[in-house]
Design a protein around this ligand. Structure first.
Ligand SMILES: Cc1cc2nc3c(=O)[nH]c(=O)nc-3n(C[C@H](O)[C@H](O)[C@H](O)COP(=O)(O)O)c2cc1C
Length: 206
């Protein structure tokens, strides 16, 4: 079983979402000690954004790309290979300005590629990243669960489902900026949510 851990905080150290992503991986490995772990730490190695240079590289046929364009596409290829190989995906996801971090958005832009991770058929879009379990550790300064201000969960639900990942579980740590006691309670509650996860075996990666 392959686990892919994606840290998407801007913080390299003392990240609350990374701490919970680590706890999720530990929890999963308790039940699956044989599992291998690939760590994609976007705080230490931020992925480049999808700018015009990247788009031009992606839309140039492989045999016509310049070495620079080939190198840019290769950066995305690595992330696509990682998620394709994963049976379980664990994400640490902080809320920044009511959305996901730029780091996470860049990762999502990189892995969302037609014919590689989704395709369109006569019946509509089909996600190609099937048979994976996804665990998301959400950390927030305020409390927005199940409110219209929580754009993160509907967004993640939509993009993961579009890519074929429908078995998605969320762990919440909210109120982290509401005083030390609230913060401690939120992290304790999140760790309890993690302990209570039922980690069922997963199908092999598609
Ligand atoms: C730049 C920035 C923007 C933030 N925006 C929000 C926000 O919109 N809503 C919220 O509830 N918390 C917000 N927070 C608080 C973070 O969500 C919270 O500190 C979270 O635990 C950070 O996770 P991390 O330690 O993994 O980076 C923000 C924090 C930072 C640094």
């Amino acid at each position: 079983m392959n686990i892919l851990q994606v840290n998407s905080s801007a913080r390299t150290d003392d990240s609350q979402s990374t701490a919970l992503a680590n706890a999720l991986v530990e929890r999963i490995r308790n039940d699956h000690p044989e599992a291998t772990l690939t760590l994609r730490d976007l705080s230490r190695v931020p992925h480049p954004q999808l700018d015009e240079v990247a788009l031009q590289a992606l839309f140039t046929p492989a045999d016509k790309r310049t070495p620079e364009q080939a190198a840019r596409v290769a950066l995305d290829d690595v992330l696509i290979a990682e998620i394709k190989a994963a049976d379980v995906v664990v994400l640490g996801v902080p809320m920044y300005n009511f959305g996901v971090s730029a780091q996470l958005k860049n990762w999502i832009d990189a892995i969302s590629r037609a014919q590689a991770t989704f395709r369109y058929t006569a019946e509509g879009p089909e996600g190609l990243l099937k048979g994976k379990k996804v665990y998301v550790a959400l950390t927030r300064g305020g409390k927005y669960r199940n409110t219209p201000a929580d754009t993160q969960v509907p967004y993640l639900q939509t993009i993961f489902s579009f890519l074929g990942m429908t078995d998605v579980h969320y762990v919440y740590a909210e109120g982290l900026a509401m005083g030390p006691e609230a913060a401690q309670n939120a992290m304790t509650s999140a760790r309890t949510q993690i302990e209570e996860l039922v980690v069922a075996p997963v199908a092999m990666a598609a």
